[in-house]
Write a protein that binds this ligand. Structure first.
Ligand code: NCD
Ligand code: ZN
Length: 344
């Protein structure tokens, strides 16, 4: 029996499109299924000014079809000019500002070391209603990598939110039950994105039976109890949780290395995987909220008028193992189970 599911066209609230040949190779994988995406600014060098964001937006539009809208972000540094941020937002060039603690992840060397130095920008953002998107991990070498998200909540996120109560914040790519509980405990102004891969893998998938570089990403996947908490949050219908794939391509030779890059590339099969995860949780009716309604509600944007239809098939849906790009092949995330839902 065939089943179909029609949804408003989904959005991806956390996406890495890169630049140059990689951008050209992988952007169509997102534009095929998603109407809008929040575009991460961690290029080399990073996107730090409104002018740079406008130029990057043009480069994205040049390689995607009509109907895909990149929502640009600025990379927050200790020298970011509050006036430039507010002007870029008022001009419709940017949607949000991204906070990377310095050294937390791929291309984050220009990130923030001393949070007191960005107070002026955060105040201006609160005033102008510009959301702050947090890579929520501390970088203190003494903190175990599996604890870095939970410690970030106590040491950085909660103090920022107490000091700047009007600031709207998204905790990006949450990976722990601690983050789920923190978001739920806050009455307003805080949302969280959840990736596709963190709904599927735990840390055993990375480390048991041989090391799997294609499952290595940041924040790193945690133990199974945390994955279960993420599935519960995503499928609960709570509007504060929404999809941000964090699809983060690296050429295979950069992943399959003695010091491999962090990032899972899920753009190609994300919707098939999510339909599987939500169906398995008995929550297929809540997929629409997670991928198409909760994000726009947080950002104060309309739900997309266009629709997308998923169909459940009897035989597994084929998808490419890798995408060939001018920057080299990029391996598509393997959820470890066959997929039966396909996008029509
Ligand atoms: C991202 C990347 O490769 O840019 N990597 C990742 O593992 N998620 C950076 C990030 O979002 O942390
Ligand atoms: Zn990311």
């Amino acid at each position: 029996m065939t089943r179909t599911l029609t949804l408003p066209r989904p959005d991806d609230w956390h996406l890495h499109l890169r630049d140059g040949a990689m951008l050209a190779g992988i952007a169509p994988e997102s534009a095929r299924h998603f109407a809008r995406a929040i575009i991460m600014p961690n290029l080399v060098p990073p996107v730090v000014t409104g002018d740079q964001a406008a130029a990057y937006r043009h480069r994205i539009l040049a390689v995607t079809e009509d109907g895909f809208t990149p929502l640009m972000t600025l990379y927050l540094t200790e020298t970011t000019d509050p006036a430039d941020v507010v002007a870029a937002h008022q001009a419709g060039i940017i949607t949000a500002v991204k906070l990377y603690p310095a050294g937390a992840t791929t291309n984050s060397a220009s990130g923030v070391r001393d949070f007191d130095r960005v107070r002026g920008v955060l105040d201006a953002m609160a005033e102008a209603g510009i959301p702050l998107l947090c890579h929520g991990e501390v970088t203190d070498p003494e903190i175990d990598i599996f604890d870095r998200e939970a410690v970030f909540i106590d040491r950085v996120l909660d103090p920022i939110r107490r000091r700047t109560p009007g600031l709207r914040v998204v905790m990006e790519h949450i990976t722990t039950a601690d983050a789920v509980a923190y978001v739920r405990s806050q009455p307003e102004g805080l949302g969280a994105t959840i990736t596709t891969h963190h709904l599927v893998i735990n840390r055993n998938h990375i480390l048991v039976g041989g090391i799997r570089p294609h499952y290595y990403c940041l924040p790193v996947a945690k133990r199974e109890t945390h994955r279960v908490a993420l599935v519960e949050a995503a499928t609960s219908g709570d509007v504060r949780f929404f999809l941000g794939t964090d699809s983060a391509p690296h050429p295979d030779d950069a992943k399959l290395s003695a010091c491999g890059c962090a990032g899972c590339f899920t753009a190609t099969n994300t919707l098939s995987i999510l339909a599987h995860v939500f169906e398995a949780a008995g929550a297929l009716d809540r997929l629409e909220g997670f991928v198409a309604r909760n994000g726009p509600a947080f950002y104060g944007l309309p739900v997309n008028a266009a629709t997308i239809t998923l169909e459940k098939t009897d035989t597994p849906v084929p998808y490419p193992a890798r995408i060939e790009t001018g920057a080299g092949p990029v391996t598509v995330f393997d959820p470890g189970f066959p997929l039966y839902w396909r996008v029509l």
